[in-house]
Design a binder for this molecule. Structure first.
Ligand SMILES: [Zn+2]
Length: 256
């Protein structure tokens, strides 16, 4: 009992001691609260500096994600045009000349650069057909139907046969202004023989670097609805063209 009976003097000393401890704790907490974020920031800076100078440090995940190209799938260069996605009859686009053809003015520079780059390497690539108005497409289509009918086909069969040769108005990428049929000085047949030319081999290797894809590849006929056309290229922009080539997709698959 005695040992636990505090004297008045001892009580004052305990009070002073407790107040001192409280003050010291508060000071310590304040100090930690101020310095801790600084320590974290300093630590991050050191880590960032180490990452910058170390050749083996992996890039932070956030940086890798932010550097990946993001493509707006609603953008003009990704517009899908095929038999089930026709253009409206009043569709129009501003075009400019590339050689003897016209092309969407926003992508004509890329087409010109691609042709020039190919020919700088000793090839003779040329644009044979580019933008085609929907009214011209309508004329070509109806001419083809009449031709089939004059060969003895009934109207329904004539329309189907014509559509296999000439795309119905609005369903051709040439109406969009972003498709080009390419040939060489020695091959402007626009058939499978173009695949055997040095110009075609150059395109297969390099077109994506200029934003172009081989639009109707071999093996994708069931998806595109179009036969293999080694001469028909479509502008989609560089990031998309490179992704489509890397993943071996056609445009329908990419946009699905
Ligand atoms: Zn074409």
């Amino acid at each position: 009992m005695y040992r636990y009976a505090p004297t008045p003097h001892k009580g004052r000393r305990e009070a002073v001691f407790l107040i001192s401890v409280a003050v010291l704790c508060a000071a310590a907490l304040c100090t930690w609260g101020i310095t801790h974020p600084r320590l974290q920031a300093a630590s991050s800076s050191v880590s960032a500096a180490a990452a910058a100078v170390s050749p083996v440090s992996p890039a932070p995940v956030s940086s890798a994600a932010s550097s990946a190209p993001t493509v707006d799938r609603q953008s003009w260069q990704l517009r899908l045009v095929n038999a089930s996605h026709p253009l409206p009859a009043n569709f129009s686009v501003k075009t400019s000349a590339v050689g003897n053809v016209r092309f969407d003015a926003r992508a004509s520079g890329a087409l010109q650069k691609m042709i020039s780059a190919c020919n700088t390497e000793g090839n003779h690539l040329m644009a044979c057909s580019g933008w085609r108005s929907i009214s011209l497409q309508t004329t070509l289509y109806h001419d083809e139907i009449r031709s089939k009918q004059s060969n003895g086909l009934q109207s329904g069969a004539a329309v189907a046969a014509a559509a296999a040769v000439v795309a119905p108005p609005g369903t051709s990428e040439h109406n969009l202004g972003l498709a080009v049929d390419l040939g060489s000085i020695s091959n402007q047949l626009l058939d499978e023989t173009f695949a055997g030319t040095p110009e075609s081999r150059w395109l297969v290797k390099n077109a994506a670097s200029y934003g172009f894809i081989l639009r109707y590849p071999k093996g994708k006929e069931q998806i595109t609805g179009i036969i293999f056309e080694p001469w028909h290229y479509r502008y989609v922009g560089v990031p998309t063209a490179e992704e489509i080539q890397r993943k071996n997709l056609c445009l329908e698959e990419y946009l699905a």
